[in-house]
Write a protein that binds this ligand. Structure first.
Ligand code: UD1
Ligand code: UDP
Length: 364
């Protein structure tokens, strides 16, 4: 029996780990333990997803919580090392690009345990993003590089990754979306929020580049105010964003935007229903760029770059500078010129986790 430790820690990890745990279980030949680092810990950032997605209860929760990058990464490493020593896995499987990803990969490799990285090769080429550092370092020390976006193959080749480590397997986020789409259609969230299908916009923002500076966040709110004259906006607010709005003295401004609803972060099924029925989505989330591509919902990504270029070339995504004028120009344009919805990136088909399980079973 092949023994794995699978790691999750932050919200976007849960959608990725859910189909992997299931695919490993189904083989009958892989024993996968689940470790939750506790990087995200609020009920609405963590527990809800275990319920919605039927993820097994973690075997271990490291309960590290929030801190600066260095402290959080170090705390995860210190807490994860004894777990690896105790369980002696053949592999540690990490997903995505959060601090939990690099912290656990580094612990494993230093203990001589092989590392598999799911979502390898994504590159924004923007080293000001903490995630870009996490991606580069994790890929550099991984023994298996499981790629979700075709651009990842070129990036890994450029960086000199050995061919035999690299496998294009598709996108596990989309496995989860396709598994749960029918159940999400039953969610009462539109009625709860008083929304009509295709007559509202959805917003998610949490990247430091958008929500940590008053000037940038204020310009984005100006754009939302203008869009709000056309349609209601729903902005389930990430805890980082809600805290920053208060700390930057923008609370009253947000409260005055009558077209803007700011519920707490939503569970997966409610959020999937909400985005499925939206006229458009404005986001800086990695996962949401991918989901809107498969849902065929127009997406404006308020960033200068994306590590997921297939969502532009083969999806519904468009990059927009986070200024009032750029957002409003792109908003008008995307509604007037419908995006091409006939394409989809290769292997974003619901079978990525199965392909990953096969890769493990074929290892020599
Ligand atoms: C993290 C990831 C980011 C990912 C995002 C997904 C890193 C470097 N960043 O960003 O890549 O896109 O998660 O959501 O790993 N907080 C709470 N409750 C929680 C979790 C966080 O209130 O359950 C607050 C804390 O004040 C914390 C802040 O949010 O300081 C930021 O949390 P942190 O995990 O450091 O980074 P995120 O911005 O969530
Ligand atoms: N998501 C959710 N509820 C919300 C906002 C997002 O379930 O209120 C889901 C979304 O569908 C996607 C994932 O969270 O599956 C993306 O996570 P996040 O934006 O936190 O991180 P990123 O993808 O940017 O790393």
């Amino acid at each position: 029996m092949l023994k794995l430790i699978c790691v999750c820690g932050a919200r976007p990890n849960f959608m990725k780990i859910a189909p992997l745990m299931e695919a490993f279980r189904k083989t009958g030949k892989i024993h996968a333990l689940l470790v939750h680092t506790g990087q995200h810990y609020d009920e609405r950032m963590s527990k809800l997803f275990f319920q919605d997605l039927g993820i097994p209860t973690p075997d271990v929760n490291l309960e590290v919580g929030s801190a600066s990058h260095a402290v959080q990464t170090a705390d995860i490493m210190k807490a994860f090392e004894p777990v690896v020593i105790e369980h002696k896995p053949d592999w540690v499987v990490v997903v995505g690009d959060v601090n939990s990803t690099i912290a656990c990969a580094l612990v494993a490799v230093k203990l001589g345990v092989k590392v598999a990285h799911v979502e390898a090769g994504l590159r924004s080429n923007d080293r000001a993003m903490p995630e870009e550092i996490n991606r580069l370092l994790t890929d550099a020390i991984s023994d298996l590089l499981l790629v979700s976006d075709p651009s990842g193959l070129d990036a890994l080749k450029r960086e000199g990754a050995a061919d035999e480590k690299v496998h294009y397997v598709g996108n596990v986020m989309i496995d989860t979306l396709l598994t749960h789409r029918a159940r999400a259609a039953e969610s009462p969230i539109l009625d709860d929020l008083g929304l009509a299908p295709k007559k509202y916009a959805v917003i998610t923002l949490h990247r430091p580049s958008n929500v940590d500076q008053r000037e940038t966040l204020s310009a984005i709110l100006d754009a939302f105010e203008a869009i709000g004259r056309d349609m209601p906006l729903v902005f389930p607010m990430h805890p980082r964003t809600r805290k920053n709005i208060a700390a930057l003295g923008l609370g009253d401004r947000v409260a005055a935007l009558t077209a803007l609803k700011t519920p707490e972060p939503l569970g997966y099924l409610d959020f999937l229903r909400l985005t499925s029925e939206a006229a458009l989505v404005l986001t800086d989330s990695g996962g949401v760029q991918e989901e809107t591509t498969i849902l065929k919902v127009p997406c404006l990504t308020l960033r200068e770059n994306t590590e997921r270029p297939a969502t532009i070339s083969d999806g519904t995504n468009r990059l927009v500078k986070p200024t009032k004028e750029s957002i409003l120009t792109a908003y008008r344009d995307i509604l007037e010129n419908p995006v091409d919805t006939t394409r989809a990136p290769k292997f974003w088909d619901g079978k990525a986790a199965e392909r990953i399980a096969e890769v493990f079973l074929k290892l020599k």
